[in-house]
Design a protein around this ligand. Structure first.
Ligand SMILES: Nc1ncnc2c1ncn2[C@@H]1O[C@H](COP(=O)(O)OP(=O)(O)OP(=O)(O)O)[C@@H](O)[C@H]1O
Ligand SMILES: [Mg+2]
Length: 389
């Protein structure tokens, strides 16, 4: 074996490991840097050994890593690209692979960290919070009080920007267990069969942890992507979907007392088909914020901002009827940006002036709600058909 060949592969592997470590620490910047270096080494490898036995696998790996870099950069949150490319890669090129130390690690497309969000950070959504407590938190704390079993599948659906992802993240902080964050788009991949394999891997990891007595919550964000036409190959998504249905049946088996939960979130519930929907016994609507929730949200968002005495949060909450939580966040940020911009442009030092009612109104005039009436109607219709609290 040529020296350069081994060195390049080893280099790629080392950076890939460093990437993984950084990712586990939550240091995505370092993770990205290492992943890029790993890609560089792999690309050098391909240039020198285009016909190598490993070249096809290396090509695939590069694509996966690039995908992942993109996702990491985009979200700085979700670890992208499906597939445990590295694992295979290690098995194949690293014949003297050391025996693993027995610690199981989740598939790489899973983000295992607990996000820093609690129920108190979420404005409104009292029904949704309560439903989640009854469906997940109570059964985990006192399974003995649930002789009839408990739901394992929970679907959060509602317009974009209403706090679905936040809600799921907050659940993680309420339980003493493992929280697996998965972006559905990252389960799907361009290579036929991989999405299916990723689903298998995800659930098998969750089951193995649950068998050790650890409650596991799998949160699949944008779950409609599992059914979408994301794969290049025809039929890929059908297999992913079927595998997913099978896994859901597995965890819902009455004889199983394992605490494995699946929370799915979507803002396009009508993309889900009936067998899919049925696997989620609890379906929780996450609506646009009502007056009280908007008021609370404004309060939370302006906590660290100096407000002029004329700012009336009640009035703002009234004006913002029809706006989503993330719209409101953007509006508060926009209003604050006005005073910051002013400060910079004035060339002065010191603190920006307080934010006034006019700052808010100016931003609101220029921003329409991101969810329109027609879309809301679609949600209401879907809700009437499928709501299951
Ligand atoms: N109820 C809420 N309480 C507090 N913040 C909220 C709420 N709803 C939305 N936000 C703000 O909007 C942002 C987006 O919310 P989130 O990502 O949870 O929405 P989502 O429902 O998952 O949207 P999407 O369907 O587009 O994924 C949050 O990070 C938060 O800043
Ligand atoms: Mg979301």
């Amino acid at each position: 074996m040529s020296g350069a060949r081994a060195v390049l592969l080893e280099t790629a592997r080392r950076y890939a490991l460093a990437y993984k470590e950084a990712e586990v620490r939550g240091d995505y910047e370092t993770a990205i840097v290492n992943l890029k270096r790993s890609v560089e080494a792999l690309e050098d490898f391909l240039r020198l050994y285009p016909d190598d036995l490993l070249a096809p696998r290396v090509r695939k790996l590069i694509l996966q890593y690039k995908d992942r870099i993109k996702m990491l950069e985009r979200k700085m949150l979700v670890v992208a690209s499906a597939g445990n490319g590295e694992e295979e890669y290690e098995v194949e090129i690293n014949e003297q692979k050391e025996k693993s130390n027995g610690v199981r690690t989740p598939p790489e497309f899973v983000l295992k960290e607990k996000p820093d969000v609690t129920f108190d950070d979420i404005a409104g959504l009292e029904d949704a919070k309560q439903a989640i407590k009854e469906a997940i938190i109570y059964p985990i704390r006192r399974p003995d009080l649930f002789p009839l079993g408990w739901p394992r599948g929970i679907l959060l659906y509602g317009p974009p920007g209403t706090g679905k992802t936040m809600l799921a993240a907050a659940v993680a902080n309420e339980i003493d267990g493992e929280f697996l964050y998965v972006d559905a788009a990252s389960i799907m991949s361009k290579w036929l069969g991989e999405g299916e394999r990723n689903v298998k891997k995800l659930f098998s990891y969750a089951r193995s942890r649950a068998k050790e007595g650890v409650p596991v919550i799998i949160f699949i964000d944008e779950i409609d992507a599992l059914l979408g036409v994301h794969t290049a190959e025809i039929g890929g998504e059908v297999r992913v979907r079927n595998q997913f249905l099978k896994e859901m049946d597995g965890i819902q088996d009455k004889s199983s007392n394992l605490h494995v939960y699946v929370i799915g979130a979507t803002n396009k519930p009508w993309k889900l088909d009936e067998p899919f929907i049925r696997r989620f016994q609890k379906r929780i609507y996450v609506p646009l914020p009502d007056f009280k929730a908007r008021r609370k949200l404004l309060e939370l968002l302006t906590r660290k901002i100096r407000l002029a005495p004329d700012v009336d949060l009640d009035e703002l909450a009234r004006i913002l009827d029809g706006y989503s939580g993330s719209d409101i966040r953007d509006i508060v940020q926009g209003a604050y940006m006005r005073v910051v911009r002013e400060l910079f442009e004035s060339g002065k030092e010191g603190e920006p002036r307080p934010v006034t009612m006019e700052d808010f109104k100016e931003i609101i005039r220029r921003r329409k709600p991101s969810v329109d009436k027609n879309m809301l109607k679609l949600f209401e219709e879907w809700r009437r058909r499928f709501e299951a609290l």
